[in-house]
Design a binder for this molecule. Structure first.
Ligand SMILES: C[S@@+](CC[C@H](N)C(=O)[O-])C[C@H]1O[C@@H](n2cnc3c(N)ncnc32)[C@H](O)[C@@H]1O
Length: 339
């Protein structure tokens, strides 16, 4: 039987999707297939649970996010996209991007469209993968992008028979509980080692017991000879921020083991170094907003919604970080990580 704690972790993906949808609706971010994911969910959730599907769907699309949340979603998405583009530039687009706990994130689809040599891998729990597979197969455009056969006219019977991941020439959707490090190791053994890999973890490792998360990172380091790991996670900080967040998460039956353990940027970077990653850089999202986003774009963003809580936004952004480690290749990164 499915573990109820895992179900709670899986639902964090709907929060992320809801945040992205709000940021798109308010013009912070381009759509890039998020609304295709939403239409797919609306189509398929009805097969999952007849009683609650409307409630789940409405909770995603009808919740209005505060301006500071939209700003946070914007910079989180842009920062990872910038790292991806830098990695693709480094290898002329001939590389692989692997998203751990990809959930309903759709950035793989525009990347596959834009870069004709890139391979894209998404990993998540089996229930999440099943839903994403269903959405992709029943959307003609998405199925076309990944090169899968389009399913016209989904039915309950079709849904009931749907399982497993999806593998095409350049795209793979993998059902794997990443806490099963042996299974991850076996999966990575099948990889073509010659292809450089950028691994993304956007709010995934933070939900994992730290010792297990460290084993995941070690396995990636051992199995992938030329790779980078980009982690976006909250950091509790030295004030009260982390404790308040822990209390809020508790009310939702969620835990973030890394939040207080790796509570500063320095500790988070040391974590990766101690796991044998030779080059590690990191910055908080406040720094990244001011250093990676050009001034015209910053102005455009600041005009989208009235924001009174300037100090609150700074505090929030300072408690999320992007840490980037890499090994097995040289990278003249133009991105600034410290003053
Ligand atoms: C907060 S959501 C983030 C989704 C996506 N990365 C984003 O930022 O929009 C966390 C995701 O990680 C997945 N996840 C968490 N623990 C996992 C595990 N042990 N194995 C596979 N997926 C996991 C969840 O199912 C969920 O989709």
């Amino acid at each position: 039987m499915a573990n109820p704690a895992d179900k709670t972790i899986r639902t964090t993906d709907y929060d992320a999707l809801s945040c992205r949808f709000n940021a798109i609706r308010k013009n912070y971010l381009p759509d890039n297939y998020t609304t295709s994911m939403l239409s797919g969910l609306e189509r398929l959730l009805k097969y999952e649970s007849k009683l609650s599907h409307k409630r789940t769907f409405n909770a995603i699309v009808k919740s209005n996010k505060l301006p500071i949340i939209n700003r946070g979603t914007y910079i989180r998405t842009r920062a990872l996209d910038i790292v991806i583009e830098e990695f693709l530039r480094r290898f002329d687009g001939k590389c692989r991007v692997m998203n751990l706990g990809a959930g309903s994130d759709m950035r793989g689809f525009w990347l596959l469209e834009k870069y004709k040599d890139v391979e894209y891998v998404e990993i998540d729990f089996k229930e999440t993968v099943r839903m994403k597979k269903g959405v992709v197969l029943t959307d003609e455009k998405l199925a076309g992008i990944v090169g899968a056969a389009y399913v016209k006219g989904d039915t309950q019977e079709w849904w009931d028979g749907l399982s497993g991941g999806l593998k095409t020439e350049r795209y793979e959707l993998v059902e794997l509980d990443l806490r099963n490090v042996q299974a991850l190791n076996s999966y990575l053994k099948e990889f073509d080692e010659a292809v450089p890999t950028l691994v993304l973890s956007e709010c995934m490792l933070c939900y994992t017991e730290s010792s297990v998360a460290n084993e995941i990172i070690k396995t990636l380091k051992e199995r992938l000879p030329q790779a980078a790991l980009a982690i976006y996670d909250p950091i509790g900080g030295e004030g009260n921020f982390g404790n308040v967040m822990v209390e809020n998460l508790k009310m939702r039956n969620l835990q973030m083991p890394s939040l207080l353990e790796y509570n500063t940027l320095e500790k988070y970077q040391k974590r990766l170094k101690d796991l044998g990653i030779p080059t590690v850089k990191g910055a908080n999202m406040y720094f990244i907003t001011n250093s990676w986003i050009d001034i015209d774009e910053q102005r455009r963003i600041s005009k989208l919604e009235f924001l009174d809580e300037i100090e609150e936004l700074k505090l929030l952004l300072e408690h999320y970080c992007l840490v980037l480690g890499y090994w097995g290749f040289d990278w003249e990164l133009k991105l600034k990580f410290s003053l």
